[in-house]
Design a protein around this ligand. Structure first.
Ligand SMILES: Nc1ncnc2c1ncn2[C@@H]1O[C@H](COP(=O)(O)OP(=O)(O)OP(=O)(O)O)[C@@H](O)[C@H]1O
Ligand SMILES: [K+]
Length: 293
């Protein structure tokens, strides 16, 4: 069982041809309501590959909260440990204009996920084979989750996004950390070779279409990405994290698991949306088989 402790958001995306000025009202071209949040996305990525996934998070009592639960249930994710708070469900308001995007995130219920809730579902967390986290929940909750995992020796995969919510002292408690280049520069510095060599077999730096790198204790290791025609890279990082966790729990080596993560993420960028493009195990194996021919 993989447990994800993280955010659930409803993404509200408006596509527009004219951006409103102050005080102005304009007509938009398209509106979409899309389930998201890094926590929920990574849970879906792992579940679609066949992992048993337990989601721990917090939604509001509104209809978005209900929908987000239902969407996860349809992916066979356990939702009984998702708390409900009397504040609105987290949302991301996405304004798409002229190939540009402006995003406003209101964390809402995600910030009501408190250590007391983790304490209440402690057994589930401590019986997991791996816990996946990101940083869209309160820092005190991340602290508490790491403490519970350490107590029970549960490996933790942490995706440090958004980077501003990261604490360096967590490095000792984390088993794997998966920054992208921006997050790595911000938190650890620009000299990636040096940074990676400090955290052997622990830090996996993702490089977009170039794949990912890590230091294996002896040598730097670059696992190239799978070249494909990207339609929408939203959710690539989330797919990579979910797939990496799936593969590690299945007993793959770090090398194999990163490769598997790259392949899964490459499939995700071929389709629109974050959760929409996440592949099944069959799709990943089909691409792997194609590579072996
Ligand atoms: N254009 C692409 N083609 C193939 N694979 C890709 C592409 N973009 C991303 N990937 C895969 O997704 C992984 C994560 O991508 P990236 O390093 O951009 O993370 P990210 O910034 O967290 O992603 P995002 O925020 O776009 O979801 C990469 O390691 C790679 O495996
Ligand atoms: K996508």
């Amino acid at each position: 069982m993989i447990t994800v402790i993280g955010s659930l958001n409803m993404d509200l995306a408006v596509q527009m041809g004219i951006f409103p000025k102050q005080g102005e009202t304009v007509f938009g071209e398209q509106f979409q309501i899309i389930p998201g949040g890094k926590g929920a996305n990574q849970a879906v990525a792992a579940a679609r590959l066949g992992s048993q996934v337990n989601m721990i998070g917090c939604v509001g009592t509104d209809s978005f909260g209900e929908t987000l639960r239902t969407v996860l249930q349809q992916e066979h994710i356990h939702t009984e440990n998702i708390a409900t708070a009397s504040v609105p469900t987290g949302i991301a308001n996405i304004l798409l204009y002229n190939n540009d995007n402006r995003i406003i995130v209101v964390p809402g219920a995600n910030y009501e996920l408190k250590p007391s809730h983790l304490e209440a579902v402690k057994e589930v967390i401590q019986q997991s084979q791996m816990v996946i986290m990101q940083l869209e929940i309160p820092m005190e909750t991340t602290d508490y989750a790491l403490k519970l995992c350490k107590e029970a020796n549960v490996p933790v995969l942490l995706n440090p996004a958004p980077a501003a919510n990261f604490e360096m002292r967590w490095m000792e408690e984390i088993t794997y950390i998966t920054p992208n280049e921006t997050e790595c520069s911000l938190l650890f510095g620009d000299d990636f070779d040096e940074v990676l060599s400090k955290y052997p077999n622990k830090m996996i730096l993702t490089l977009g279409s170039d794949g990912a790198r890590y230091f294996d204790g002896e040598y730097p290791n670059h696992i190239p990405g799978y070249m494909t025609n990207a339609v929408d890279t939203t959710g690539a990082g989330d797919t990579f994290n979910g797939a990496l966790a799936y593969a590690l729990v299945e007993g793959q080596s770090l090398d194999e698991a990163v490769y598997f993560g790259n392949i899964a993420a490459s499939l995700s960028v071929e389709k629109f949306g974050a959760q929409g493009g996440m592949p099944t195990l069959g799709a990943v194996y089909a691409r792997l088989a194609g590579l072996e021919e």
